[in-house]
Design a protein. Structure first.
Length: 456
């Protein structure tokens, strides 16, 4: 009986102790999940979404030279599916020839008109020159007649002889003038024929050029490869019915899949951290299990505004180091740009940070079975964690949410930050009760607000 009573007593004491422990632990751990302060290498990174494309590619061009015939835009009438593997000379696309066909018909009508003018001018000049030659013959006969009259008037009175001489001189001058006029008229008619001949030749060349251009309205592959549609300025791909410009007649490309790049855009706030040569960890949305590496190949100097976005971004090109058959143009990638690495750093999750009046950054530090509010001096951050420059040590534990048991305690401030606080902030040191306003918010509760204090 005594043993039984002793046994019951021991069990009762154990139950009471367990209840006390659980109650105390519950009160102490009312702040939620507790995480330790980590120490080691800290990686500062920027994560973006990109799109794969080939570093080098062969352009498939539509008709070139259409500007010579005042054709500024062309409509794609038919195009094969994107991703199709084509061989050199295979059909790729066709361009609507309606506008060019109409111009060819107009040119043919114009050529017929010029041909008619050419024939008419040729006949007119032929008749004109024949008339001029007949006139020269007649004037030559007139000179001969006047010469005969003069010869027969040797025994006539001097006045008659003189008149015969004057008539002969007139006939000779008329013949000479007619010969000069004939030369001028010949040059004039030659110029007329040259003009209509040049017009005819010009129109013939114009017609032949358009007829030759018509053949290029059927587009074929210049090399073997996989067809990738050309992207418009807004990121959309061309398709049947899209228009291409006479200044940029690219319809599609044949990418060289041996070297791939990921084109991404970095916010203007983060672009100052990105530099050429930085390492990048690349993932594929289509194959989450695959990981690739790369380097920043190019960083744009001028920002741009992407469609459906108000933020200014900078284009960043990442070259993929590996070659893999899984890599295909237009695949979506996740790019983790490693901007810097810092050894032997203390860091905690961003969710552990809280702000008071946007001047004091603090954490809920676990102390024994309770918690206390401790100011921290923070450094660089990445997407998940923040470096702790002061206020915590390795081995400390902090809460990832508010510890209700510590709400009535004042914040333990860091002396080294005294000179960096305003007078208003220093006055908070004397407070014993927490403020009742909404100025204290965690990073998760105040999305978009500054969650960390950068070291001065």
């Amino acid at each position: 009986m005594n043993r039984k009573l002793i046994y019951i007593g021991v069990v009762a004491v154990a139950v009471i102790a367990a209840i006390y422990f659980l109650t105390s632990a519950t009160e102490a751990d009312s702040g939620g999940i507790v995480v330790p302060v980590s120490q080691g290498e800290f990686i500062v990174d920027i994560t973006t979404t990109g799109e794969l494309e080939a570093k080098k590619s062969v352009e498939i061009l539509g008709p070139q030279g259409t500007r010579n015939y005042r054709i500024w835009n062309m409509t794609i009438q038919e195009i094969i599916d994107e991703g199709t593997f084509v061989k050199k000379g295979d059909f790729v696309a066709s361009i609507d020839p309606t506008e060019l066909t109409n111009k060819i018909k107009d040119s043919q009508l114009e050529l017929e008109k010029i041909e008619s003018q050419f024939i008419q001018t040729k006949l007119d000049t032929t008749l004109d020159m024949r008339k001029a030659r007949d006139e020269l013959i007649n004037l030559s006969y007139a000179v001969d007649e006047r010469q005969l009259v003069l010869d027969q008037s040797q025994y006539e009175p001097p006045a008659t002889i003189r008149q015969a001489e004057i008539d002969l001189d007139k006939a000779r001058r008329a013949l000479e003038q007619a010969k000069e006029n004939y030369k001028i008229k010949k040059e004039q008619n030659k110029a007329k024929m040259q003009e209509v001949a040049l017009n005819r030749q010009k129109e013939v060349r114009n017609l032949e050029g358009m007829q030759g251009l018509m053949q290029s309205f059927t587009i074929t592959a210049p090399e073997d490869g996989m067809l990738i549609y050309k992207k418009e300025y807004d990121g959309t791909s061309i398709k049947q019915g899209s228009q291409i410009s006479a200044w940029d007649p690219v319809v599609a490309t044949l990418p060289d899949l041996s070297t791939m790049i990921s084109t991404t855009y970095v916010n203007e706030v983060d672009i100052r951290q990105v530099q050429v040569g930085q390492n990048v960890e690349i993932g594929l949305d289509a194959f989450p299990e695959k990981e690739f590496s790369g380097k920043v190949f190019k960083v744009a100097n001028v920002g741009e505004q992407r469609p459906n976005s108000d933020a200014k971004v900078f284009k960043v090109v990442v070259e993929v180091n590996e070659k893999d058959d899984l890599l295909r143009p237009s695949m979506t990638t996740s790019n983790r740009i490693i901007t810097s690495k810092k050894d032997d750093q203390l860091y905690i999750p961003l969710e552990c940070l809280f702000n008071k009046d946007d001047t004091i950054t603090y954490v809920y530090k676990k102390v024994g079975l309770g918690a206390a509010r401790q100011e921290v001096n923070v450094g660089s951050t990445n997407r998940n964690e923040v470096i702790i420059l002061g206020g915590l040590s390795e081995g400390d534990d902090v809460y990832m949410s508010r510890a209700e048991a510590a709400e009535d305690t004042k914040i333990s401030l860091l002396p080294e930050l005294d000179g960096k606080r305003s007078k208003k902030t220093k006055a908070l040191e004397e407070e014993t009760l927490p403020p009742t306003d909404n100025s204290e918010q965690s990073p998760g509760e105040a999305a978009g607000e500054k969650r960390t204090r950068k070291p001065a």
